[in-house]
Design a binder for this molecule. Structure first.
Ligand SMILES: Cc1cc2nc3c(=O)[nH]c(=O)nc-3n(C[C@H](O)[C@H](O)[C@H](O)COP(=O)(O)OP(=O)(O)OC[C@H]3O[C@@H](n4cnc5c(N)ncnc54)[C@H](O)[C@@H]3O)c2cc1C
Length: 466
């Protein structure tokens, strides 16, 4: 019977990164994955395919609407099959990359559903129905998350789809009804709008992107509306009638009241994700869950059972690939007695729409609720030279700095390329930088990140280009 120092269950960004770090640190490591390919939700049906479609559809839209303004005459024609093949190729390259890295680090990979038979024993039921038991000193649960479902609305991945189905629609729906104005709903809504769908987004709360800074949320909604996305806020979809050629969704005010019917060709349910804990034998093994069904862990990712650890979407915290990765590294280091650690105050959050929306640290609402006095520095992209020449002047940069110490507490970006630009802000938070530190750092000209420097200068009311 094979015996390991560590078995990681799940090979998403949490699991495979944890396994590689553990192997680097000298642990004999194996991974178990029930999918045919490694890489988890992120590489197979999440971050990577969605970003491929966002990239391709953004270029399609630019070719149709912006190129002519730059003297480029083209009439783009959509070949959806080829666009899907482009996306699949991107996924294939990425999952093969993980396979290569696991082999390179001499990590054994098992395909099948894992169950914790006891601490130190992982049972793997292969796709051929055969079961084998692996011995190990430690187990890391990195089983990620699954699509959250709406009661009474069955996802068939054909006409009523989750994000997974929305990444592979065979044709562009005339009308796409998106349930949920969170990151996934807005990203995939943007993809299909750019490719020709009319998109209506129904959201239970009174604004888009719940949890983000309110000014960012308002600005984002205005920009999406300008792109002709329609929002029905403070509303809920209660049923979807599938009997006819078109779907008929019943939409009611969130607080109850008169219902209306919205017809659509495809309904995308994007109301969030739930931790993936079934079939793992957690109850029998004595692994405790928290009040929201996530694996409960302490500061060191240890579960209630010695020798069993958990990371990523299956535990508390933002459901983000890079958060899972950092936890993977941290727990591997903790396992060998090092001081693995994740700074949860400096985890960036990006919405890859156009413009992109990226934040790190606190929102204004969070600072107010905590009673922290802060200064705001804001800079509009209309005043950034590169944005002007690129015709990407939508949005702003906002920096929130402690009123007493000038330490940067939060950075909000709504602009083209915000997802790349937020790295500078995350570094600033990680290093405890002040707004003045950013303001005095030389930024290359002409670049969009100059807006970050200007916003930092605006904290002390000394922005130059405004
Ligand atoms: C459409 C979409 C877009 C997204 N875009 C982004 C983005 O741009 N940026 C970002 O940061 N995050 C994004 N996310 C979220 C991101 O995918 C997750 O936060 C991330 O994948 C979590 O990593 P993980 O390792 O915890 O779990 P996962 O990636 O979910 O991997 C868990 C793996 O465990 C396997 N597994 C589960 N149970 C068992 C078992 N019993 N035995 C064996 N294997 C098992 C699963 O098959 C899966 O492969 C997106 C998600 C979706 C759905």
């Amino acid at each position: 019977m094979p015996s390991y120092d560590l078995i990681v269950i799940g090979t998403g960004p949490g699991g495979y990164v944890c396994a590689i770090r553990a192997a680097q640190l000298g642990l004999k490591t194996a991974v178990v994955e029930r999918r045919a390919t490694f890489g988890g939700t992120c590489l197979n049906i999440g971050c990577i395919p969605s970003k491929a479609l966002l990239h391709a559809s953004e270029l399609f839209e630019e070719a149709g609407h912006t190129f002519s303004k730059m003297g480029i005459g083209v009439a783009p024609k959509l070949d959806l099959k080829a666009m899907m093949a482009f996306k699949d190729q991107g996924v294939d390259g990425n999952v093969k990359g993980v396979d290569f890295l696991l082999k390179k680090n001499k990590i054994d990979g098992f395909h099948g559903a894992a169950r914790i038979a006891a601490p130190g024993k992982v049972e793997v039921k292969g796709n051929d129905g055969k079961t084998q038991t692996l011995d190990t000193k430690s187990i890391v649960i990195a089983t990620g998350s699954d699509v959250a479902r709406l009661k009474g609305i069955e996802i068939d991945e054909n006409r009523i789809v989750s994000s997974t189905g929305a990444l592979s629609l065979p044709e562009v729906p005339k009308h796409l009804l998106v349930v949920g104005a969170g990151v996934i709903g807005l990203e995939l809504g943007s993809v299909w709008r750019r490719l020709g769908s009319q998109v209506t987004v129904v959201e239970f709360l009174d604004g888009v992107l719940p949890g983000m800074d309110n000014e960012v949320r308002r600005q984002a909604q205005r920009l999406f509306e300008k792109q002709s996305m329609t929002f029905k806020l403070s509303s809920k979809v209660t049923t979807v009638d599938t009997s006819g050629k078109r779907l008929k969704a019943t939409v009611e005010p969130a607080k109850g009241g008169a219902a209306e019917t919205i017809e659509a060709d495809v309904v995308l349910v994007a109301i969030g994700r739930v931790p993936h804990t079934e079939g793992l034998g957690l109850k029998e093994a004595g692994v405790k869950l928290d009040e929201r069904g996530r694996v409960a862990v302490d500061h060191y990712y240890a579960t209630s059972v010695p020798g069993i650890w958990a990371i990523g979407d299956v535990i508390a915290g933002p459901m983000l690939a890079h958060k899972a990765e950092d936890e993977g590294v941290a727990v591997a280091e903790i396992l060998v007695g090092q001081a693995g650690h994740v700074n949860y105050d400096a985890i960036p959050n990006v919405v890859y729409t156009y413009p992109e929306i990226a934040t790190v640290g606190k929102s204004e609402e969070e600072l107010k609720a905590a009673g922290v006095a802060y200064n705001v520095g804001k800079f509009p992209m209309t005043a950034n030279g590169r944005a002007k020449v690129n015709l990407t002047t939508e949005g702003f940069v906002k920096i929130l700095a402690d009123a007493k110490t000038d330490r940067v507490l939060g950075v909000q970006l709504v602009c083209a390329d915000a997802g790349n630009m937020i790295a500078e802000a995350a570094l600033a938070l990680e290093f405890g930088a002040s707004a003045e530190d950013i303001a005095r750092t030389c930024h290359a000209h002409p670049t969009l990140p100059e807006a970050v420097k200007e916003a930092a200068m605006a904290v002390a009311k000394r922005a130059i280009h405004m």
